[in-house]
Design a protein around this ligand. Structure first.
Ligand code: NAD
Length: 366
């Protein structure tokens, strides 16, 4: 029997609520396969700061280092609670970025998918959704502006200033671009390269490297598109996209927009992959505005489990079964409140009921 250690970082806000549903799914997958999942929970994020004095405690680091994969819920606090924590110990700066750096999970896969029959979830017109949206955004995750040198001070004129550095070297760019080309070869062989080379030198180098790597993938058709134009195109013609590749900050912003065109960030799972480590998390934040109400959409968290089954444990069939089980809940006319307005022709369900229905559908699948 195969055995895997999975670290559970439930996180803040809606994190524990949606993680509970993801764990139900993991336990069922374990029960019906020749596999053992050893789950170990660890403190991480704003709640960890208030409990232990650090958002990424040493003990959590050790547990993460020893695990085969990490399942992470969203972290972060509302504005008022964030202000209670020293700037460098706030959840993203003190926990999330250090986790990414420590594991060197440089490739972030963010699937953006909405089948035609769920077009009513989207704020876009059905004719724009066409046969459905199905793309993957590949975001560089451990470089660029978020990880560059930072300087804060007062200049010679007595004005407060801040300086942040956007730095990439060609090796960093090449490794993420190769990931994207390989993904294209498994899909439609069309790559949209997102850049801002009309302004940023970093994008000029990025595009040069894309051109160099492209030589190894002659079958892939490449479209270069400025990040600002890409933002518009995502709304006007999202179905043109299949694989998109971009640097860290562009990916952060565009993938939230992608959640918007689907109808909710609750439909956005993700996988963060490195050479030897991987962790899985929803693309969204801790949604403090709806925390504790049992109304968050757990699709993003359960979808992250599906990605873990596929990418870390090679359990391709079970991964598909989990996706299908979630889709069947929607197909049966159910929806969490984020996806449908009151009065819409759907049966509104809560977070735990969505999880229960996924479990029921999964139990009925092969
Ligand atoms: P958010 O992503 O938490 O929420 C934006 C909107 O989407 C809110 O209206 C929220 O209710 C909704 N939403 C998000 N996930 C949902 C779900 N699963 N179901 C239903 N609705 C959902 O963004 P925010 O409010 O700007 O940030 C909240 C906190 O999260 C901040 O502290 C931020 O720094 C942090 N954050 C963390 C991560 C991460 O852990 N990777 C990512 C982004 C933001």
């Amino acid at each position: 029997m195969k055995s895997y250690k999975i670290t559970i970082l439930a996180g803040d806000g809606i994190g524990p609520e949606i993680m509970k549903e993801a764990i139900k799914v993991l336990k069922l997958v374990e029960q019906r396969n020749d596999v053992k999942f050893e789950l170990q929970e660890a403190a991480f994020g704003g709640s960890a700061y208030f409990d232990t004095g650090h958002p990424f405690p040493e003990e959590t680091k050790m547990i993460c280092d020893e695990s085969d994969a990490i399942l992470k819920g969203p972290i972060g606090l509302n504005h008022e609670d964030s202000e209670k924590i020293p700037v460098d110990l706030r959840p993203e700066r003190g926990a999330l970025l250090p986790l990414r750096k420590r594991l060197n999970t440089y490739a972030n896969f963010r699937p953006v998918s909405l089948p035609r029959r769920l077009a009513h979830f989207s704020p876009l017109k059905p004719e724009i959704i066409g046969d459905g949206i199905d793309m993957v955004m590949i975001r560089e995750l451990v470089g660029g502006l978020y990880f560059g040198e930072k300087e804060v001070g007062v200049n010679d004129d007595g004005l407060r200033y801040v300086k942040e550095t956007l730095e990439y070297n060609e090796a960093q760019i090449e490794q993420i671009v190769r990931v994207a080309f390989k993904q294209c070869m498994r899909r439609k062989k069309v790559l949209h390269n997102i850049h801002k080379s009309n302004v940023l030198k970093s994008s000029v180098l990025w595009n040069e490297v894309v051109g160099e790597v492209a030589v190894d993938f002659p079958e892939v058709e490449i479209h270069h598109i400025l990040v600002d134009a890409a933002a518009t195109a995502l709304c006007l013609n999202p179905t043109q996209f299949d694989v998109m590749v971009m640097e860290n900050m562009f990916g952060d912003i565009l993938s939230d927009q992608a959640g918007g065109i689907l109808g909710s960030l609750g439909l956005m799972p993700s996988a963060c992959i490195g050479e030897t480590n991987a962790y899985y998390e929803p693309s969204h934040g801790s949604a403090p505005d709806i925390a504790g109400q049992n109304i968050a959409n757990p699709y993003s968290m359960i979808g992250s489990v599906a990605m873990m089954l596929e990418l870390s444990f090679d359990m391709l069939d079970e991964s598909k079964n989990v996706w299908n089980a979630m889709q069947s809940v929607f197909a049966d006319g159910f929806s969490t409140p984020d996806l449908s307005k009151p009065g819409a022709d759907v049966k509104m369900i809560k977070t735990d009921e969505f999880g229960d229905r996924v479990i029921a559908a999964l139990s009925g699948s092969a």
